[in-house]
Design a protein around this ligand. Structure first.
Ligand SMILES: [Mn+2]
Length: 342
């Protein structure tokens, strides 16, 4: 939570810190989205233009994820796996964490190494950011971390290249639901206009971020929607994404991030969620979404998670079982719905 102003670092001070240091490891949250990946690659680009030669982007996710989902992004091949950086002397490196409200979101394994780094720089836009860095550049009034990276760029004399514009635009499209959310401000469109001046085309992002599904994926989604569950007169709706189903259609868990948005298409639905079974991580995660003024982050926080007003998440130990998680979540939501309607 942003409680004391003093914990926040200004862009000017962040740039000073970046100028003074030489070795950087950049990372972002697990189950990465376009904002996490794009903003990290954009910052790597900026640091290298500042003359830094030792900048590594690393993720706990497997390379396969980036190959399958993010290969339209410039420099995506430069993202390393955790095992690739074992030889790095962490003490000599600054860890920059992007797009993560909590340090533990960088991954179950990676979070064990965070204390070994020289210090942490936290760059994010989540309103419940835990200010875990020595330096915290956190701005919840931006549409995504990509906008913060754009703001950093503007304080330098590094020119906006087409590659950089592609990364920042992908981040904005990703976190704004293609410019549909209220997080889109006049500033967002001004930035987008400047990015488009470099010659990038909106249809490039549509084809790579929206019209990018395989036929197997469409059939997978059809089966999910066929089995949609609802309660409270359809005000609450949800789906279950099991590993069995992922296997049946040969889908990666990380490819399922956007499916939840389709549940929100139901007119009567106010709160909707996707329950995901993740055996390797030994968790059942729940992605929660809400419409209008319904604050779903209250529910997430109460159950040990966090996030934004209309998009939050919470995880449970896998031993609880899907049925039980479903019970806990629906009970909590139904109580909130009653209060919401009063
Ligand atoms: Mn984000």
């Amino acid at each position: 939570m942003i409680t004391t102003e003093t914990k926040l670092t200004s862009i000017e001070d962040i740039i000073k810190v970046l100028m003074e240091e030489n070795n950087f490891v950049l990372t972002f949250h697990i189950n990465p989205d376009y904002d996490a990946v794009s903003s990290s690659l954009a910052l790597k680009y900026i640091l290298e233009k500042m003359g830094k030669t030792n900048v590594t982007v690393v993720s706990e996710e497997k390379k396969e994820v980036f190959q399958k989902i993010f290969s339209f992004l410039p420099y995506y091949q430069e993202i390393k796996e955790l095992k690739d950086i074992k030889d790095i002397n962490f003490k000599e490196h600054v860890l920059i964490v992007l797009d993560s409200g909590e340090i533990k979101r960088i991954g179950k394994n990676f979070q064990n190494y965070t204390k070994e780094f020289k210090f942490i720089v936290n760059i994010d836009h989540h309103h419940d950011n835990e200010m875990f860095g020595k330096y915290n550049l956190v701005n919840p009034n931006t549409v995504g971390t990509g906008e913060i990276i754009y703001n950093i760029l503007k304080q330098t004399n590094i020119p906006l290249s087409k590659e950089l514009a592609t990364l920042i635009y992908a981040s904005i499209v990703g976190d704004s639901g293609s410019f549909r959310f209220d997080s889109v401000k006049p500033t967002t469109h001004r930035i987008a206009a400047e990015l488009l001046e470099t010659g990038i085309k909106p249809s490039f992002f549509t084809s790579n971020m929206v019209q990018n599904k395989t036929i197997e994926f469409m059939k997978f989604e059809a089966e999910l929607l066929q089995n949609i569950k609802t309660c409270c007169e359809n005000k609450v709706a949800w789906i279950r994404i099991t590993e069995e189903l992922l296997k049946k259609y040969n889908i990666l868990e990380s490819e399922t991030e956007s499916i939840i948005e389709d549940i929100g298409k139901i007119k009567d639905t106010i709160v909707y969620f996707a329950i995901k079974e993740k055996k390797e991580k030994e968790i059942i995660s729940v992605a929660l979404r809400s419409k209008r003024e319904f604050d779903v982050s209250e529910i997430a926080r109460k159950l040990g998670g966090g996030g934004h007003k209309n998009a939050s998440g919470v995880s449970f130990d896998i031993s609880l079982g899907i049925e039980e998680v479903e019970k806990i979540i629906t009970k909590e939501i139904c109580n909130h719905i009653k209060l919401y309607e009063k």
